[in-house]
Design a protein around this ligand. Structure first.
Ligand SMILES: *Cc1c(COP(=O)(O)O)cnc(C)c1O
Length: 356
């Protein structure tokens, strides 16, 4: 493994947040107000998200993982239940399902879109299946029509697709519930943070109760998964710029697709259902040496998934996921990336493939 010194001034980082004067001003206002924990700003942020997504209710929480955990608890999912999710995703999903004692059931992906393969999901549905967690992975909407047809409650994982859409409608508005993450390098950020949206009034009431342990007359297990007003202030600024962020992401993706078209690679297809949280290339070969070569040329690239979940569980029989993990390369793409740097990344990739 190369030692990734991401603080090197010459290295183009793989991801970076986009923060500015508005964020500084609004967080300073929160500090000046003396109210820094969950308060007015959080409520304002929740309303702004619900309005933008066209969904009835939104509840801000401390992370995407907390959002998943609390949603599973609020849906009454527990030991003896099964939850289907893809193997090709971060381990936050595995943790959330394990927190409630349910059994994770891993599904294969479509090797072109990297989203869950509905045909494989169908084969894994049993009488114990209580939910399917559907990530819109790398910013691309999953095949929601096919997945909704199974009649199993969907939890949309929009952690990589905030502001994305499917067939012209906001992601997050299709499932029984949907979760978002606002970690530092996600589509928009609050440092750490998350959101749950749902059209179900009952589910929302349970979620609202679970988020905070204090000031309750009865005792049952609850959490402290609250967001702070400081985080929400950042979130409000970022949400305002979300269309601009997504526009810039698509612009960079188009630039990559043009410049890299001649290389022996499979490039991601542009579509209105893809916001390019990640620009993932299928290199048709193990990307380990490529990552090192590109790093030495000053470009930080990574595998888009650290390790597929079936490997954590020592499961076999996921050839498409294994192949995607081996061959897929995530190239820097974020709104703060300049045109000049996009050109540098393209030249580095072209040279790497020519063996220069
Ligand atoms: C980041 C991420 C999460 C977890 O969010 P955190 O805020 O880091 O807890 C869940 N699902 C997916 C697909 C993610 O990318």
């Amino acid at each position: 493994m190369v030692n990734m010194d991401t603080n090197s001034p010459d290295l183009i980082p793989h991801s970076q947040p986009m923060l500015g004067a508005a964020e500084i001003k609004k967080t300073a206002e929160v500090i000046g107000s003396g109210q820094i924990a969950q308060g007015r700003m959080v409520a304002e942020f929740e309303t702004a998200i619900a309005d933008r997504m066209g969904i009835h209710s939104a509840l801000a929480v401390s992370s995407g993982t907390a959002a998943l955990h609390m949603t599973l608890v609020a849906m009454g999912i527990a030991a003896g239940d099964e939850v289907i999710m893809p193997s090709f995703v971060c381990s936050a999903l595995l943790h959330a399902v394990s927190y409630v004692g349910a059994a994770p059931v891993l599904a294969e992906i479509d090797p072109v879109t990297y989203c869950m393969d509905p045909g494989d999901v169908k084969n894994r549905i049993t009488a114990r299946t209580r939910a399917i967690i559907v990530p819109h992975i790398f910013g691309r909407a999953a095949d929601l029509n096919a997945l909704l047809a199974f009649g199993v409650p969907l939890i949309e994982d929009c952690a990589q697709s905030t502001g994305g859409s499917y067939a012209g409608r906001s992601l997050g508005s299709f499932g029984h519930a949907a979760i978002f993450s606002f970690y530092a390098t996600k589509v928009m950020t609050t440092g750490e943070g998350g959101m749950i949206v749902t059209g179900s009034h009952d589910l929302f009431e349970r979620l609202y109760d679970l988020r905070d342990y204090d000031n309750k007359d009865d005792y049952h297990l609850r959490f402290n998964y609250k967001m702070t007003d400081l985080q929400a202030a950042l979130g409000l600024c970022q949400l305002e710029r979300l269309p601009e962020f997504i526009g810039r992401r698509r612009q960079i993706a188009a630039q990559y697709n043009r410049s890299l078209a001649e290389l022996p690679l499979r490039l991601p297809r542009e579509s209105s259902d893809h916001i390019f949280y990640r620009y993932v290339i299928d290199a048709g070969q193990d990307v380990t040496p490529l990552i090192e070569t590109l790093y030495n040329k000053g470009v930080a690239c990574t595998r888009p998934v650290y390790k597929p979940l079936h490997r954590f569980l020592n499961l076999k029989g996921y050839p498409k996921t294994d192949n995607a993990w081996r061959n897929s390369l995530s190239v820097p793409l974020y709104p703060a990336l300049s045109d000049r740097r996009v050109d540098i990344v393209c030249s580095a990739l072209i040279d790497a493939f020519k063996g220069k």
